[in-house]
Ligand binder design. Structure first.
Ligand SMILES: Cc1cc2nc3c(=O)[nH]c(=O)nc-3n(C[C@H](O)[C@H](O)[C@H](O)COP(=O)(O)OP(=O)(O)OC[C@H]3O[C@@H](n4cnc5c(N)ncnc54)[C@H](O)[C@@H]3O)c2cc1C
Length: 483
């Protein structure tokens, strides 16, 4: 039997769930998995499609936490090391070691001596980073390299004042959608239910506690009520508006800031990810990484209006980023015509109107603030640490709602993936598509609750990454699904 993510709201409405999770981004799907492992009967509702919001827009780096050394935040560093290992171990097909290189110009802490000590400390603090990993996935120790070596790895490096470079390894998601969908499969194999196109609208309470969640079924255009003892709000940038809609405004849940990356149609600058300082002192450090033959670069952070769910980026903001990149890498000359896609999203800022990202996840028990028992909102900062934050949030809500741990059910169904390249769209665009390929596309659609062709092109695969090709792929997939 194949593993299935079945969209069956009628069946779900017959159950009484222990826990219902709002939001099908990485935090929500990890919470569904954690709930399944705790033996809970759990449901996830997503207003659009799974993983289509912030989680779709990340830079796809699974961070080990070297940056947290700067603030001597060892707890966060250790958490990141463990979570990076989890991703590398659980999804070797989709998460790979990523060599990283940072050219040093001797500014502030970025001096070869200091960086050598930092990278060494990072290696010591991540002594167990390779536990349980196959040889090819092991992350080697970092170090400091000389200018010649940097030039060899990154020929366009800005050479004025170059003082060597630091090296280390992180993880890279080749296709973050697949990581999210694989987690969702595992959660459903443990008995979890997941319904896309199902916006949550109202928490129904009885005797001061959560009793049900009322949703709007976006496919059948009708109301659905799911009985549940607890609700976990994992709605990311919508977590505050959603809490407000439920009558519980909590400004501290999420102050939005805008963040975006660019996918560029140009050869990678290096086989390593590069941490490139802006030419201007005090400017941002950008990351470029080779990604399926192209270059992904980010992340630009900007303030956003408080309470906005809008992550749109203006042409002027993009141009400023391109100018900064061209100043930082003379001779690169990237132009807006090379942009294949802008990945943008909202991240939690330290305060309203700031572009500085919060350090810690937020978890709020609404019962402590006058809301019903069994309603918790959680909002994290990184894809990398989503599983850990979700694990803690599920434990918290179990305690607050009086839910007890049970043995997890025996996983149902096998992980059988159709024989398709889920990253490269070219085979799908070939003139004479084989019957086998058509059937494999339909199988993927059946297995993963695909409602519309764009679910499959953007959120089950990376076939739509190049926006110039996406329309042709969509049209082809529509035809296959219609057949
Ligand atoms: C540009 C950028 C680069 C980044 N780079 C990295 C990186 O390299 N590494 C890293 O670790 N992290 C990175 N991040 C951070 C990471 O992507 C986020 O922390 C993470 O994806 C947030 O996930 P989430 O589940 O909280 O939010 P989302 O993915 O936004 O999910 C929330 C979901 O809730 C749904 N929802 C909202 N309201 C309702 C409702 N009423 N009913 C039902 N569903 C609802 C939404 O539709 C959405 O799907 C980056 C983020 C950005 C924006």
């Amino acid at each position: 039997m194949e593993s299935m993510i079945r969209r069956d709201p009628v069946e779900a409405a017959e159950w009484t769930f222990d826990l219902t999770i709002i939001g099908g981004g990485i935090y929500g799907v990890c919470a569904l998995l954690e709930a399944g492992q705790a033996g809970l009967r759990a449901l996830l509702v997503e207003k659009d499609d799974f993983g289509g919001a912030t989680s779709w827009n990340s830079l796809r780096i699974v961070h080990g936490g070297l940056r947290y050394l700067q603030k001597m935040d060892y707890v966060r560093l250790r958490e990141s090391v463990r979570e990076r290992r989890w991703f590398l171990r659980q999804f070797p097909q989709w998460v790979q070691p990523l060599p990283c290189l940072m050219p040093l110009y001797g500014r502030g802490l970025r001096r070869p001596g200091i960086m050598a000590a930092a990278v060494r400390a990072n290696d010591l603090l991540s002594w167990d980073r390779n536990q349980g990993l196959p040889d090819a996935w092991r992350l080697p120790a970092g170090g400091v390299v000389n200018n010649r070596e940097i030039l060899r790895r990154f020929p366009l490096v800005r050479q004025k004042n170059l003082k060597g470079g630091a090296t280390w390894h992180d993880g890279k998601m080749i296709c973050s959608q697949r990581v999210l969908m694989e987690i969702l499969h595992r959660a459903c194999r443990l008995g979890g239910r997941a319904l896309n196109y199902m916006p949550a609208e109202e928490v129904v309470t009885e005797h001061g506690g959560v009793a049900a969640l009322r949703c709007r079924d976006g496919v059948f255009d009708c109301e659905r009520t799911f009985r549940t003892q607890a609700v976990l709000n994992c709605a990311g940038p919508w977590s505050r508006p959603l809490a407000k809609q439920l009558g519980l405004d909590e400004p501290g849940i999420f102050h939005p800031s805008l963040a975006f990356n660019l996918l560029l149609d140009c050869d990678p600058l290096s086989q390593s990810a590069l941490a490139i300082e802006s030419a201007e002192p005090g400017g941002r450090t950008y990351f470029t990484l080779p990604w399926n033959g192209r270059t992904l670069v980010g992340t630009e952070h900007l303030p956003a209006e408080d309470n906005t769910p809008d992550a749109a980026v203006t042409g002027a903001q993009v141009q400023t980023m391109l100018d900064n990149l061209n100043a930082a890498v003379p001779g690169w000359n990237v132009e807006s015509s090379q942009i294949m896609r802008i990945y943008s999203g909202l991240l939690p800022a330290k305060q309203a109107g700031s572009d500085e990202i919060t350090v810690r996840p937020v978890a709020i028990d609404h019962h402590e603030r006058g809301g019903p028992r069994g309603l918790v909102s959680v909002c994290g900062v990184k894809f990398t640490t989503a599983r850990l934050v979700a694990e803690r949030a599920v434990k918290m809500i179990m305690k607050r709602a009086g839910l007890t741990r049970r043995p997890a059910v025996q996983p149902q169904g096998d992980e059988v993936m159709p024989g398709l390249d889920l990253v490269d769209p070219r085979p799908i665009l070939e003139d004479n598509l084989s019957l086998g390929t058509r059937e494999a596309v339909r199988q993927l659609a059946r297995q993963e609750a695909v409602i519309r062709a764009d679910d499959l092109v953007f959120r089950r695969t990376d076939w739509g990454a190049d926006k110039r090709q996406a329309e042709a792929v969509l049209s082809r997939v529509r035809t296959i699904l219609r057949d």
